[in-house]
Ligand binder design. Structure first.
Ligand code: PMP
Length: 398
């Protein structure tokens, strides 16, 4: 069998290998990137399924438009409007099969082999793989507590004229970082000035803990003339409602949206009409605000438990910026006192001590920082978080 050449650009992720070890009994896992299944609003979704079958059985079970089910497009436009996005009509977005498909459609429509794309260091692993599959050369912009470094971004754009820039400005996976409003404005101004397309991936923005994050790039674009034409925004119901529904969406300039729709036609024809009708009913029933309030409160408590336990148990051996939302603590082993400073080595030892997490190196498209790790607090209750961190401390000591 002769496989396509494009597969030469990607390999199975190291993380997938690690997941094979997670079946060990009694292991506490901080490794997943999932929301907590125990928090799914099963009653609300059951009602939405029944309402979809009751009120629109034909549409819910029939083939549908590639762009998406219109009642859902309307609900999604309203969902974004409630978060300060102005001037985005239902026709300005398409529904995708998870935001993952939006990323794939962007790869298909924008990347020719050899094109340069700038991503954050670190960034979402599946994005790295997906863009590489289309032949992208990835350059990286470092992320600190305030998000991507705009000075470096500016220099990279000037030097390399990238096809586009991919950012997760709000509680990124894996960085957990929240880009400041000032940097968001500068990104949009830079995009306009250099005529560079910016892709904002925003599946976590609703999962804030204490205070809402700054407006999304999409919301801010109303205040930066010309920036809407340089901006793509990907949204998802996965982290706030259910990843199994596979409902994502993409807002993009009309020409790009039309090409992405054409590519989607050849890919899956349309996102499940049944899932779309269900999501539309769910949003129309007005349940989302209460669902969000509930998951935010629980993730906030778990995040706090993890942050406190890490400080208490690992002290100077670990450095991190406490997340203000999302699902992850992104941390760096300092090597203080001669402790292990290699994420992959610690991950191996940790499994033996009954705790799992993901080493950070694979999240770097280049020049990996091997001292980093990603810890998810989302699916573990507070007592187990504290116990897991104690085990991590033991693993670190030896
Ligand atoms: N983008 C980011 C940053 C993610 O972390 C994820 C899920 N882990 C996705 C996109 C894809 O999510 P989905 O396809 O379920 O919407």
């Amino acid at each position: 069998m002769r496989l396509a050449q494009r597969l030469d650009n990607v390999e199975t992720s190291a993380i997938r290998e690690l997941f094979k070890l997670l079946g060990k009994p009694g292991i506490i896992s901080f490794a997943g990137g999932f929301p907590d299944a125990a928090l799914f609003d099963v009653d609300g979704i059951r009602e939405a399924v029944l309402a979809a079958l009751e009120h629109e059985p034909g549409a819910a079970l029939q083939y549908g438009a590639t762009e998406g089910f219109d009642p859902l497009r309307e609900q999604l436009a309203a969902f974004m409007a409630a978060k300060g996005v102005t001037g985005v009509a239902p026709a300005d977005l398409i529904v995708t099969t998870g935001s993952q498909q939006a990323l794939d459609l962007l790869g298909k429509t924008l990347i020719s082999p050899g094109d340069t794309v700038i991503v954050e260091a670190p960034t979402f692993l599946a994005t790295i793989q997906c863009f590489r599959l289309y032949g992208a050369q990835l350059l990286t912009v470092p992320v600190d507590g305030q998000g991507a470094d705009v000075e470096v971004l500016q220099r990279l754009i000037a030097e390399h004229r990238p096809k586009f820039i991919y950012l997760i400005p709000t509680f990124g996976n894996p960085s957990g970082a929240m880009m400041s409003e000032a940097r968001r404005r500068r990104v949009l101004e830079l995009a306009v000035r250099t005529r560079t397309l910016v892709v904002e991936d925003d599946p976590y923005g609703d999962l804030y803990f204490d205070a809402p994050p700054p407006p999304s790039l999409l919301a801010l674009s109303a205040q930066v003339p010309g920036s809407r034409e340089c901006l793509v925004h990907c949204g998802s119901l996965s982290k706030v409602l259910s990843p199994g529904l596979r409902i994502g969406w993409m807002v993009a300039p009309p020409r790009l949206l039309a090409k992405a729709t054409m590519c989607k036609q050849f890919s899956d024809a349309h996102t499940s009409t049944f899932a779309q009708a269900t999501a539309a009913q769910y949003l129309a029933a007005g349940r989302m605000p209460a669902t969000l309030a509930r998951v935010r409160a629980i993730y906030a408590q778990r995040a706090q438990a993890m942050v406190q336990a890490l400080r208490h148990e690992l002290g100077a051996a670990i450095e991190f910026v406490p997340p203000r939302g999302g699902l992850f603590v992104w941390a760096r082993l300092s090597g203080a006192g001669g402790a292990c400073a290699d994420g992959a080595e610690l991950a191996r030892r940790a499994i033996d001590h009954g705790v799992a997490f993901v080493p950070g190196a694979p999240f770097f498209a280049r020049d990996p920082d091997r001292a980093t790790l990603r810890l998810s607090f989302a699916t573990v209750d507070e007592d187990r978080i504290r116990e897991g961190v104690r085990r991590l401390a033991r693993a670190l000591r030896g």
